[in-house]
Design a protein around this ligand. Structure first.
Ligand SMILES: O=C(O)CCC(=O)CC(=O)O
Length: 262
């Protein structure tokens, strides 16, 4: 558990392994989660893969929820954290809004990126109307009022039935995010479209999606992969929006050889 002051806010991060490791992966979390979503994947990784985990602005133990922020802030935080830790180049793996942040990182600082792993993400997610009405619902009635609908999108019916305790835990994780941080992140997603960035990506890129993702469906994610020259697209079976939680073995089995390949 480590903290740094980055761009005027406290950022919570964890470096597991060696900052100079060739196989270093930086993970960026999704809306309504903190970096613990990646721990089931970390458990599957072999010794020569090191990881940097962090909570994005307005989420987890990272500050910044008290002032409005946008995608530029989220991308600048990742760049500043990577510089702070002393990483020269790494594989960046982002889930959903975390994947959008990684696209923004590629746009601003391609020198930092060895490879990209984009999970359940797209250059543009959802419509402006849907994001604005979600923000209004959270302002009016809090995160609990949307929690059940979010869980339907995050996890498959099998997960709901068979992993009742985990479902309750991840529901709590979502509801414990600061509502203002959640809403600023919704606004950042609403106001971002990196469609023109994808064709500029020149590093090896792996794009994955859960076959039952209710937030960023396979067609949307496949369309994103199709815009990235040479990108590999893979579907994770029996999985909703959060493969690192629902199918960590399948995600690790794709991620690990991709990261380790010279
Ligand atoms: O998960 C994200 O980062 C954004 C996509 C989304 O809407 C997730 C959800 O369904 O709440």
């Amino acid at each position: 558990m480590a903290f740094a002051t980055i761009n005027g806010i406290t950022v919570h991060y964890e470096l597991l392994g060696d900052v100079d490791a060739k196989n270093l992966v930086v993970f960026s979390n999704s809306l309504g989660t903190d970096f613990r979503i990646w721990l089931p994947v970390f458990d599957e990784l072999v010794d020569d893969v090191s990881v940097l985990l962090y909570d994005s602005r307005g989420h987890g133990l990272t500050g910044g929820a008290d002032k409005p922020f946008g995608m530029d802030d989220l991308v600048d935080d990742l760049i500043a954290l990577v510089d702070h830790v002393g990483i020269k180049r790494a594989v960046f793996c982002g889930l959903s809004v975390g994947g959008i942040i990684c696209q923004g990182l590629w746009k601003k600082r391609p020198d930092l990126v060895r490879k990209l792993v984009l999970c359940d993400t797209a250059p543009k997610i959802g419509t402006a109307e849907a994001w604005s009405s979600r923000i209004e619902a959270v302002k009016a009635n809090g995160l609990e009022s949307i929690a059940d609908a979010v869980m339907e999108r995050w996890f498959t019916p099998d997960f709901h039935q068979e992993r009742v305790e985990d479902l309750a835990g991840y529901r709590l994780m979502m509801m414990r995010q600061p509502a203002d941080g959640y809403n600023s992140t919704c606004g950042a997603i609403r106001d971002t479209d990196f469609s023109d960035v994808l064709p500029t990506i020149t590093v090896p890129t792996l794009v994955v999606v859960g076959d039952q993702d209710g937030s960023t469906p396979p067609e949307l994610v496949k369309a994103a992969a199709d815009r990235i020259p040479g990108a590999r697209f893979e579907i994770i079976e029996g999985c909703g929006h959060i493969p690192c939680v629902e199918q960590p073995e399948q995600l690790a089995a794709l991620l690990q050889p991709f990261v380790r390949k010279a």
